[in-house]
Each structure stands twice: as structure tokens, then as C-alpha cells.
Design a protein around this ligand. Structure first.
Ligand code: GLN
Length: 456
């Protein structure tokens, strides 16, 4: 990571990033760029360096902020029409921590509205294009953040991962993407999607950068009672011996070149003395169904606050208060948001709660136990992130089930609250990046990142 010092100024780093952002304008990465604000912050850091004052560990490092992190700089829209015009009075804890160390936000990045999606095509502002092929999707929901790092515009970008939204776009664009243990980084000031699976994480170009960002951003926050007591910086680096691969994922529903990339990495690990253990994890087949019940239930609850009165957009159509709510929500949400609100309210409704929500909650417990069992046998798991590399724009956007199937291998980690690191694993024959994810037990984030260096 390039950090401002006596040799390179923060202003130079920031101006370079802003120039690149303009150059790649057609990729549709940013929903907002704060040229003036970023340059002003850079000058302040340079002045500190010139005076010989101490600067932070991320001094002058330009970064991109997924547009579902609250900050008073620019509107926070979550790429949703219903939040258009909303400027936050508060700043997310993660943003405060990064900026306290001198990181400089140059702009906000595009996402599927409210982070619902796997391609960034559900954004009110239109899709972000893949860094390697403009006819293909960036992945999602953090598509803008992944492409901002992949095209080397910024040194890192923030993301949120509720069911794969960091790992999948990272793998589609050949960068590192970490979903930490649930509760490792504060969610305070981040637009909620599903409160029991939402995680804050990063996109970087290396494992070292990821380690540094985690050491800055992790930790308990009195403003988010689900944060865990600080463990990241104190955790010991565990010596790994065994890596598991999941038999249930080695079938025709997974792209052949991805399965080959996994085999190659296993050979590499074997050559370094690690044992590869094949595991059967039958409970994981329930993950997608359980996720698409539990998450919409939480989405329906979290999105109930957007009513045209408190935040952003309000419908112009006249009518009484009920009509104002209904029209605003009808015009302000994307179809995918509405689909999830409807599914969520359905699975929570009396008469269906036992059949759907309760069953999904039980399946979730089975998944948690399945992972606990696996981590008694192996130190980490290595799996694909998604069943295929980046798909074509328009290919799945009108077929919600096909889009949901994208999340087949990513969502179980969120249900179990365990960390996963997407790592680049070569290219396919069409020049598209292939990604794999390293999965570890709860609180193993630091060793997991360290271990990823064995896979290079
Ligand atoms: N693609 C998944 C979904 O649409 C994950 C989204 C996310 O992690 N925010 O639910």
C-alpha cells in the first residue's frame, strides 16, 4: 500500500486516484466523487508530515467507500432511489477508524440497491462493469468497490458482506476480499440489510494490506452491541497442518476451470507439506434456502423505516398518510427490494412462521454445527466462491432464482458467522479471474489472512 511520507505526498496519491477515477468513468464505479474534500484532507496530512508531526498508519491512502456506509460527505444512498437526497448526520465507526489513521475517501461506490444482489445490476444508478470485460457484471453487491481496487484507482475499498457481497465481486475482479467473523468490525452507521449476517470488510490488492486494515478497523464498539470483545490484534498465529475441501461442491454445477483452479492450489499446498482432507458437509445444501428465508425476514424489518417521512425521497403523488408511505415505497424501492420485503413478511406471518422461518432457523443451527465439526478435523477449508466466473450483463437479472444460485457457496459462512477470504486464483481461458475462498473458524481472521500467503 502506498502511504504518504517525505517521498510521496498525500496530495499526489489523492490526485492520481482522482485522475484514474475520471479515466475509468465509463465503468460506472462511483456514485459520488469528492475531489475538493479529498484534496483538502490530503493537504492537511502533507502539512503534518512537513511539520514532523506523527501521522496515522494509513496516512494519505486514497480509498473508496461503498455507498451504504454513513458519512456526512455526500449523500448516502445505498444506490437506492428511496435514499436519494439523504445526507447522514453521523459517520460509521469503521469510517471514523480508517480516517483517524489518515485514510482519505475519494468517493462512494455503486452497489445493488440496499446490497440486494450479486451483480450490481439492481442499482438505481445502473450496473458497474467488470474490470476485465466490460460486457460482464462486476459481481455484487459491492461491485463498485471491487472494480475500484481491481483497476487500481484506490489502494483499498470498503464492502459489506451479508451473503457474499465482498467475496463474490472480489473473485469476479481478481482482488482480495474479506468477510470477517460476525461482530469483528462495528456495523454502526452502515445501512442494515440483515442484522444477523451483515459483516463489514475490505477489498485489497494483497494479504498484507488486508492485515493492516483489519488491525485498524476491528474491535468492540459501544455503539454496536453485537461487536465482539477485541481479539484481532491479540490473536496468535495458529500453525496450520490440514486444509479441507468440500466434496459436495465438486460436481457439474461448478465451473470446470474453477474446480481445476482449486485442485492446483491443493497441489501447491501438498507440495508445501500440508495435508488435504476431503470432507462431506451435507448440511450445507440447506444454506441457500435457509438464507433466502432468514435474510428477507430481516430485510423486511430493516426496510420498514423507509417511509418518505424520515429519509430521502418522497413520492410527489398526493393522498393521505397511508398513500404517502405506499407510493413512496412503490416508487422508491427496486423490484428486488420489494421481492424481499414480500418474502420476508410472508415467512414471518402467523400461520407460515413455523413452516418457514422456524425451520430455516433450525437449518442454520445444523450449518453452524457442521462447520464446528469440520474445524475439529481441519484448520481451514478451501472452496470456490461462486459456481462460475463473471457472467454477462443481463444474463441473470430477470431470473431471480438463477441470481440466488450464485450465492450457493458463500451464504453458509454468513449464517455460521465465520470468516472467509476470497483470493485470486488465476484466470480462465477467456481472461476472466477465478476466485477461491479460504474459510476458518470464528475469530481465526488473522491466521486466515496470514495463511493465504501460502497460496501464492
Ligand atoms: N448476493 C446475496 C444477496 O443478494 C448477498 C448480498 C450481500 O452480501 N449483501 O442476498
Amino acid at each position: 500500500m502506498k502511504i504518504a511520507n517525505s517521498k510521496v505526498t498525500a496530495e499526489r496519491l489523492v490526485r492520481d486516484a482522482l485522475e484514474k477515477a475520471k479515466h475509468f468513468d465509463d465503468y460506472h464505479i462511483f456514485t459520488f466523487i469528492d475531489e475538493e474534500g479529498a484534496i483538502k484532507k490530503a493537504k492537511e496530512i502533507d502539512a503534518k508530515i512537513a511539520r514532523g508531526e506523527k501521522v496515522g498508519r494509513l496516512a494519505g491512502v486514497p480509498y473508496a467507500l461503498k455507498d451504504n456506509f454513513l458519512s456526512p460527505r455526500g449523500e448516502t444512498t445505498a444506490s437506492a432511489h428511496i435514499l436519494e437526497g439523504f445526507t447522514s448526520p453521523i459517520t460509521a465507526t469503521a469510517v471514523e477508524k480508517l480516517e483517524a489513521e489518515g485514510a482519505i475517501m475519494i468517493g462512494r461506490t455503486n452497489l445493488d440497491a440496499f446490497a440486494h444482489g450479486s451483480s450490481t445490476e439492481n442499482s438505481y444508478y445502473g450496473p458497474t462493469l467488470n474490470a476485465f470485460d466490460k460486457k460482464r457484471v462486476a459481481g455484487g453487491s459491492s461491485g463498485g468497490s471491487a472494480v475500484a481496487v481491481a483497476l487500481d484507482i484506490v489502494e483499498f475499498a470498503t464492502g459489506t458482506d451479508t451473503g457474499g457481497s465482498i467475496r463474490q465481486p472480489a473473485s469476479f475482479n481478481g482482488v482480495y476480499g474479506l468477510k470477517p467473523t460476525y461482530g469483528c468490525i462495528s456495523r454502526y452507521g452502515v445501512v442494515a440489510m440483515a442484522s444477523s449476517t451483515d459483516c463489514i470488510g475490505f477489498f485489497t490488492k494483497s494479504s498484507d494490506d488486508m492485515e493492516l486494515l483489519m488491525s485498524v478497523a476491528s474491535g468492540q464498539d459501544p455503539k454496536d452491541l453485537t461487536t465482539l470483545a477485541d481479539y484481532y490484534n491479540d490473536s496468535e498465529n495458529k500453525k496450520a497442518k490440514k486444509v479441507g475441501i468440500i466434496k459436495d461442491f465438486d460436481n457439474d454445477s461448478v465451473d470446470k476451470e474453477i474446480r481445476e483452479a482449486l485442485k492446483k492450489k491443493c497441489e501447491l499446498l501438498k507440495s508445501k507439506g500440508y495435508e488435504i482432507v476431503e470432507l462431506e458437509m451435507p448440511a450445507l445444501k440447506y444454506a441457500l434456502a435457509a438464507y433466502y428465508i432468514i435474510v428477507p425476514a430481516e430485510v423486511a424489518s430493516n426496510l420498514s423505516r423507509y417511509d418518505g417521512v424520515r429519509y430521502g425521497f418522497r413520492s410527489e403523488k398526493s393522498g393521505d398518510l397511508d398513500k404517502l408511505y405506499a407510493n413512496t415505497r412503490d416508487e422508491g424501492f427496486m423490484s428486488e427490494n420489494k421481492r424481499r420485503i414480500m418474502i420476508g413478511n410472508f415467512v414471518l406471518s402467523s400461520g407460515f412462521y413455523d413452516a418457514y422461518f422456524l425451520k430455516a432457523a433450525k437449518a442454520r443451527t445444523l450449518i453452524v454445527k457442521e462447520y464446528e465439526k469440520a474445524f475439529k478435523k481441519v484448520d481451514y477449508l478451501l472452496t470456490p466462491v461462486s459456481p462460475n466466473p463473471a457472467f454477462l450483463l443481463g444474463e441473470k437479472v430477470n431470473d431471480p432464482i438463477a441470481m440466488y444460485l450464485e450465492d450457493m457457496m458463500s451464504v453458509s459462512l454468513n449464517l455460521a458467522g465465520i470468516p472467509g477470504l476470497a483470493i485470486p486464483a488465476g484466470m480462465n481461458k477467456n481472461g476472466l479471474p477465478l476466485g477461491l475462498q479460504l474459510v476458518g473458524p470464528r475469530r481465526s481472521d488473522k491466521s486466515l489472512i496470514e495463511f493465504s500467503k501460502e497460496l501464492i
